[in-house]
Design a protein around this ligand. Structure first.
Ligand SMILES: [Fe+2]
Ligand SMILES: [Fe+2]
Length: 184
């Protein structure tokens, strides 16, 4: 099985209510899936298009359009505000969150060109050119940096500062975002 296809399968996101009992572990697992997504994006950008490309393109588009916005909302709407309340001035979280929010904003600006480039890979009417594909590896590289930093700084800080009740609130909000009932 070609590398792009294997990694496409690796980033698909199974989730069930009990996953949200440990929401920080779920976010970490999301980051692992996003790293696989980045490998797939690089493989697609380098080509060639083959018989497996349509399924890979479909999986990438579904992740970018349906799954990634949920992850960003988990962080922006739930994790970051909780950490802002629980962190201590010496944690420097205000500065950290300013950078992370700016990176999310930058990702959002690259979303449309990346999606357009990926769609073109299987659309004979809209051939892909190098100017179309250029944002794809740029997006993958920015993602890798972003999630490495979240893994190294944000998730360990969350483990240290969030109380058990905060984790229940976080897990409940993340499950609700996916239309799942939090297990009681
Ligand atoms: Fe993030
Ligand atoms: Fe993240």
């Amino acid at each position: 099985m070609p590398a792009a296809m294997t990694t496409a399968i690796a980033f698909q996101t199974p989730c069930e209510p009990r996953d949200f009992l440990d929401p920080l572990e779920f976010l970490l697992a999301d980051h692992h899936r996003q790293r696989s997504l980045c490998d797939t994006l690089d493989a697609l950008a380098e080509g060639p298009v083959d018989g497996d490309t349509p399924a890979t393109v479909e999986a990438v588009l579904s992740y970018l359009i349906e799954v990634m916005p949920l992850h960003i909302a988990d962080e922006e709407e739930d994790l970051f505000p909780l950490l802002a309340r629980r962190s201590r001035p010496t944690d420097g979280f205000d500065d950290i969150v300013t950078v992370l929010r700016a990176e999310h904003q930058a990702d959002e600006e690259l979303f449309e060109p990346v999606i357009d480039a990926i769609r073109r890979l299987t659309d004979p009417e809209s051939p892909v050119r190098s100017r179309h594909i250029r944002p794809v590896p740029a997006f993958a590289e920015a993602q890798r940096r972003h999630l490495a930093w979240e893994n190294a700084v944000v998730l360990p800080l969350a483990r240290k500062r969030l109380a058990a009740a905060d984790l229940v609130d976080l897990g409940r909000a993340m499950a609700a975002r996916r239309g799942l009932a939090y297990p009681d």
